[in-house]
Design a binder for this molecule. Structure first.
Ligand SMILES: NC(=O)c1ccc[n+]([C@@H]2O[C@H](COP(=O)([O-])OP(=O)(O)OC[C@H]3O[C@@H](n4cnc5c(N)ncnc54)[C@H](OP(=O)(O)O)[C@@H]3O)[C@@H](O)[C@H]2O)c1
Length: 275
């Protein structure tokens, strides 16, 4: 018996809660079309208490890859067969890929961040400041350190910044207000300040005109921080690119094809204009 088209179709998706407004289906589906991949991307709205059952169901359905978003990036780990060294170091999984029947957890957020930054600057030998000490900060600090940058972590809760710095090889930690005293060429905001608001985590006058500034926040695409940075003469990178490159890395993990980054970025924009 020959398998039908539907049986041959690769199933991927994203688990998150609440499902809200995710751009992942648009980006991945556009990439499947561009590459001629027979694949489908589904959104699984999974509350925390249903995560174990959802992963079991994904196994039973032979799901090839799941993106893992909030609030499941840490709690998914016990439900997997293994996680790779990068996800273990970061302490979070944003991607689950089926390999030889086993579910493997990995993390592409760090790669999304460094590839986005590398659009504007090499990272080796640079001095970077990361604002924030949550989940995305862990991935960004890991990536910057891995690329050879010296990293300072500044956060509202200083003890959280200190723990992150110790865990992931950042050189210094402190409060957000210390930014003015830390020489740097790269600045990344990973706090949620600016998300769907016109707030910035720092005053505009501490932004260095010679720095490259990236905001992990991608809604709105141009945040208050990025607007302030542009006015100060700094080069800026919207969080859109971090999201696009982490999605591109996910696609490459299962498809063994080079991701069509421009197509995925265009799909991100299309969702934005429809929102
Ligand atoms: N572009 C991408 O691909 C990408 C990927 C992941 C996340 N993100 C975005 O990054 C942001 C953070 O995500 P996350 O998962 O890291 O969140 P998280 O783990 O909840 O961490 C939130 C961070 O924001 C800080 N914060 C929250 N409210 C603050 C305030 N009023 N003033 C100062 N600091 C404040 C927290 O400081 P405390 O420790 O003091 O509470 C913490 O450092 C979100 O907007 C998310 O959408 C983007």
């Amino acid at each position: 018996m020959t398998p039908t088209d539907d049986e041959k179709m690769t199933l991927c998706g994203i688990v998150l809660h609440p499902a809200g407004h995710t751009r992942s289906p648009a980006m991945h589906t556009a990439a499947y079309s561009a590459l001629g991949l027979n694949a489908r991307y589904e959104v699984f709205d999974v509350p925390p208490q249903e995560l174990a059952a959802a992963i079991a169901q994904a196994r039973a359905r032979g799901v090839r890859q799941l993106a893992v978003s909030l609030p499941h990036k840490e709690t998914v780990i016990p439900h997997l067969d293994r996680i790779d060294d990068t996800a273990r170091a970061i302490g979070a999984v944003n991607t689950v890929t089926r390999r030889d029947g086993a579910l493997e957890g990995s993390n592409t957020d760090w790669l999304g961040a460094v590839r986005a930054l590398e659009r504007e600057t090499p990272l080796a030998g640079r001095h970077a400041v990361v604002l924030g000490a949550g989940g995305s900060a862990r991935a960004v600090v890991y990536g910057l350190h891995r690329r050879g940058a010296t990293v300072t972590v500044l956060n509202r809760s200083i003890s959280r910044a200190e723990t992150l710095a110790r865990d992931l090889g950042a050189r210094r930690a402190g409060p957000l207000a210390a930014l003015a005293d830390v020489p740097h060429d790269v600045l990344v905001n990973t706090t949620s300040v600016g998300l769907r608001s016109d707030a910035s985590p720092i005053p505009a006058d501490v932004i260095r005109p010679e720095s490259v500034v990236m905001d992990a926040v991608y809604d709105p695409e141009i945040t208050r921080l990025l607007r302030d940075a542009q006015l100060r003469g700094a080069r800026t990178i919207p969080g859109k690119w971090m999201l696009v490159y982490q999605a591109a890395a996910q696609l490459e993990l299962w498809s063994d094809r080079e991701a069509p980054v421009a197509v995925m970025a265009e799909a991100f924009d299309d969702v934005g204009t429809r929102a």
